[in-house]
Unconditional design. Structure first.
Length: 282
C-alpha cells in the first residue's frame, strides 16, 4: 500500500513538473512583470470585474434581514418582457459582447510573447478541432464527474443556509428561449475556460509561476466570481476549477473543458426552464 501511494504521489508530482510542453518562459524580469500586468488588465476587462461585483453582491445579500437560503439569485432574465424581438436583441448582445475578452486573450497570445514559436494560440492551448471525438468524450465524462456531486453540494449548501436559491433561467416563454439559453451556455464556457485556463495558465507559466500556484489562483478566482450565488457556488466552482485545471495540465487541451462547461450550463439553464414551465419547484 505504501509503495502504491508513493507511486501515485510521484505521478502527480510528475504531472505538475515543468515539461517541454510548457510555454516558452519570459526570462527578463521586465517582460515577466509586463505579462503579469497584462493578465491583470485582461481580468479587469472580463472575469476579474465579475469577481468584484460578485463580492459586492454577496455582501449585499448577507446584510439583508432575510437569511441567505431564503433569497433567490435570478439568472438569464428577460431584458424587455413583452417585447420579444427587442429582448432577443438584448440577449444576443449579452452573449456576443463578452466574447471580445476571448478574442483579446487569443490575440495577445498570438502577438505578444507567443508561447511556442510559430504555433498559433488556438492550437497551443487546444482550442481547435484536431481531436473532436476525444474532446467530446472527455468533456461529457467531466460534466458527469462534476455535475452530479455539484448538484448535491448545491442542495446541501441551501439546506445549511449558505447558498441562495438559484433560478437559472428566467426568459419569457418564447420560441427562441431554449436556443438562446444554449448559446449563453456556450458563451460562458468559452469565456471562462479560454480566459481562466487557456490564457491565464499560459501567461502565468511564462512568468515563472509553478503549476500548483497557477491552478490554485485560477480556481480561487473562478470561485470568487460565483459568490453572487452564495458560498456553495463559491466552493463548488473552486473544486471545478481545480479539476479542470489538472485536466488541462495533463491534456494541454481547453476544448474538453469548454465541452464540459457548456454541457453543465445547458443542462442547468434548459433543465431549469423546462421544470419551471411544468411547475416543479427546485
Amino acid at each position: 500500500m505504501a509503495t502504491t501511494a508513493t507511486a501515485e504521489r510521484g505521478r502527480f508530482a510528475g504531472l505538475l513538473a515543468a515539461s517541454d510542453r510548457d510555454p516558452a518562459p519570459a526570462v527578463e524580469p521586465a517582460a515577466r512583470r509586463g505579462l503579469r500586468w497584462e493578465t491583470v488588465l485582461v481580468l479587469g476587462l472580463s472575469l476579474g470585474s465579475s469577481a468584484v461585483y460578485a463580492v459586492l453582491s454577496i455582501i449585499e445579500k448577507l446584510t439583508r434581514p432575510v437569511p441567505l437560503s431564503q433569497q433567490t439569485t435570478a439568472m438569464n432574465q428577460s431584458a424587455t418582457p413583452g417585447r420579444p424581438w427587442l429582448d432577443l436583441a438584448y440577449q444576443l448582445a449579452g452573449i456576443v459582447l463578452p466574447l471580445a475578452a476571448v478574442a483579446l486573450a487569443l490575440y495577445l497570445l498570438n502577438h505578444v510573447r507567443r508561447p511556442a514559436g510559430d504555433v498559433r494560440a488556438g492550437r497551443f492551448i487546444g482550442l481547435d478541432r484536431r481531436e473532436p471525438g476525444r474532446d467530446l468524450l472527455r468533456g461529457a465524462g467531466l460534466a458527469a464527474l462534476i455535475g452530479i456531486p455539484g448538484l448535491g453540494l448545491y442542495f446541501v449548501a441551501r439546506a445549511i443556509g449558505v447558498n441562495t436559491q438559484v433560478a437559472a433561467a428566467n426568459l419569457q416563454p418564447v420560441w427562441w428561449s431554449a436556443p438562446v439559453l444554449v448559446l449563453a451556455a456556450v458563451e460562458n464556457a468559452l469565456l471562462e475556460e479560454v480566459v481562466m485556463v487557456g490564457y491565464l495558465f499560459t501567461r502565468w507559466r511564462q512568468t515563472g509561476w509553478a503549476w500548483p500556484l497557477v491552478i490554485g489562483v485560477s480556481a480561487l478566482i473562478r470561485g470568487s466570481y460565483h459568490l453572487y450565488q452564495g458560498f456553495g457556488g463559491f466552493a463548488g466552482n473552486i473544486v471545478m476549477g481545480l479539476v479542470l485545471g489538472l485536466v488541462f495540465v495533463r491534456t494541454r487541451r481547453v476544448m474538453p473543458l469548454v465541452v464540459c462547461h457548456a454541457l453543465l450550463d445547458t443542462v442547468a439553464f434548459v433543465g431549469y426552464s423546462v421544470l419551471k414551465t411544468r411547475g416543479v419547484a427546485i
